[in-house]
Design a protein. Structure first.
Ligand SMILES: [Fe+2]
Ligand SMILES: [Fe+2]
Length: 462
């Protein structure tokens, strides 16, 4: 399935976390169905005394168990790897023990979707930069490939993914493009062998050090085209998983999904998902939410129900605001290539919100306008179109050429920029820092360097 045309050379490796991240990793690589493949590993680069054999398979994976927490290890695959050649020794590190005082650092990467020479190159550049950041692990917001049913696109992904994921685990969510063309998660499940429920849904969650991360599947309840279709079974699981995480005393809780819950991209926000997710996230004091799908960067700071409106009358308002991020392109063709400036039929959402004061529902029509080409930052090689929705007095602008969505004030929109980017999350005890970076590692700072995209979250719970 994932072999290159010659069918002889192997590609990868990439690491996933099937077991306890303190004591176990799973290494994956492609191979030949006709022969076994061998992985050597050890604690020193010069000596790899342990040998694991993977059976004949188009996709190999071996799990290295009984490791020590917070310890560096080395491994090598006894094959001629397409990206690295023969005898390359890779390094990884297990997660430190939960109680340790060490910093936890992870990268959130956005849509990848290599599909042509330009996006193969942007993916390579981004993967190299994410590797340079040397995070403990990588989270990815879905749409890793252009068409999930075609091996060609998984092989495109393999031209860059191992550059960042051979030295640390990658934890992705499924995107609509992984489901294409036949609404199947088969290849995603094979490529990323996490423990998923059932035969199709690919949601899961992980505790890694002080962090609990939930990975949702936006499309598990039947084909939905460009909008979500989330099963009620998954929502029940989510509520239970969040309750368990809080009961266990998880320090930080993050939710990752592919579908843009709110958006100023080509497609409008997803009202169905807003209705399902916003009340649950608010109830459990989730710290931050990351999604992709729209190929740009956006940030909202929103407290559900604070304005006196709820999606369901029985909901409780959130206790504090949550930061919502669209991390939408760490290699994928930018949103400006998808009608960002030209969608003439302004998108109209008409959700019903329940006014607590009036005790009745109100239909709220929202309108989304195209982006303004005149507002851009001059990048090194291209223009970075930005969206800063405020007027000079610091209020949300009523001018549709400044604020492109009538929902901006409602959802606390802060800033957006049409650029390649990734997020870095650094956790040290009670402080979590989230920062957004360009492909060269520098911080997004907005027009006049006045809008540094760096956010400090203090732990809300004891
Ligand atoms: Fe995408
Ligand atoms: Fe998508």
């Amino acid at each position: 399935m994932f072999l290159n045309k010659k069918g002889k050379r192997t590609n990868g490796p990439w690491i996933v976390l099937r077991g306890n991240p303190e004591t176990s990793v799973t290494v994956c690589w492609t191979g030949s169905k006709k022969k076994e493949s061998v992985l050597l590993w050890g604690e020193s680069e010069s000596s790899l005394p342990n040998r694991l054999v993977s059976a004949k398979n188009g996709l190999h994976s071996v799990t290295i168990d009984n490791l020590s927490p917070g310890t560096g290890y080395f491994y090598s695959i006894q094959e001629d790897l397409i990206l690295f050649g023969s005898n390359k020794v890779f390094k990884f590190r297990t997660q430190p023990e939960m109680e340790s005082d060490e910093i936890t650092e992870f990268i959130v990467a956005g849509d990848l979707q290599p599909k042509n020479s330009a996006t193969l190159e942007t993916n390579r550049v981004m993967a190299q930069q994410i590797h340079r950041e040397n995070p403990d692990f990588i989270v990815q917001t879905g749409d890793l490939v252009q068409i999930g049913s075609q091996s060609k696109y998984w092989n495109f992904l393999l031209q860059s993914l191992p550059l960042m994921a051979s030295s640390r685990p990658i934890l992705p969510v499924v995107g609509n493009h992984e489901y294409y063309l036949y609404h199947s998660t088969k290849n995603f499940r094979t490529f990323f062998p996490y423990s998923f429920p059932g035969r199709k849904s690919v949601y899961y969650s992980k505790d890694i050090g002080p962090v609990h991360i939930i990975f949702l599947d936006s499309y598990d309840d039947g084909f939905a085209g460009m909008s979500s279709n989330t099963s009620s079974k998954q929502m029940e699981w989510l509520t239970g998983d969040l309750a368990d995480a809080e009961a266990r005393g998880a320090g930080w809780i993050f939710v990752i999904l592919h579908q843009s819950v709110i958006s100023n991209g080509e497609y409008p926000g997803d009202v169905k998902l807003q209705k399902l997710l916003l009340p649950v996230l608010a109830k459990f004091n989730v710290d931050a939410v990351f999604w992709g799908h729209a190929h740009l960067y956006e940030h909202w700071h929103y407290q559900y129900g604070k304005n006196g409106y709820l999606l369901n009358p029985r909901d409780l308002p959130g206790k504090s605001p949550i930061d919502f991020f669209c991390i939408g392109s760490s290699g994928a063709s930018l949103e400006s290539n998808y009608r960002l400036f030209t969608h003439k039929n302004f998108k109209r959402n008409k959700p019903e919100w329940f006014s607590v004061k009036e005790g009745r529902h109100r239909r709220k029509t929202s309108v989304q306008y195209p982006w303004n080409r005149k507002l851009f930052l001059e990048g090194i090689t291209d223009r970075h179109y930005y969206h800063f929705p405020f007027n000079e007095s610091g209020n949300y602008s009523g001018d549709s050429k400044i604020s492109y969505n009538t929902e901006n004030e409602w959802f606390g929109y802060q800033y957006g920029e049409n650029t390649l980017h990734y997020a870095k999350v650094v956790i040290k005890n009670n402080l979590c820092t989230i920062s957004i970076h360009y492909p060269d590692g520098s911080l997004l700072k907005g027009p006049g360097d006045a809008l540094s995209q760096k956010f400090y979250l203090r732990k809300k719970r004891g």
